[in-house]
Design a protein around this ligand. Sequence first.
Ligand SMILES: [Zn+2]
Length: 86
Amino acid sequence: MLCPYCSREMEKGLIQSPHEIAWLKGEKKRMFGRAGLYGDSVVLSELNFVKGSAVIAYLCRSCQKVIIDYADARSDCSARHVSADD
Ligand SMILES: [Zn+2]
């Protein structure tokens, strides 16, 4: 993937967590419950009790940006339809 800011090639990697990884609208931290409980939330990686959660992310070191393409269902490494060697 090319960086949309500088057009350099981005580095593919993972953002990992022992918890669900989600984007929540606004700047207020939500300490309790899963993202699905909150309107406008986007779950980026479902909670997997065995492996934890992980989502594919692309890094640009020049611009110091990280991009997650959640339109691509394969981005969520915890989703059940994804094979381990994908
Ligand atoms: Zn860049």
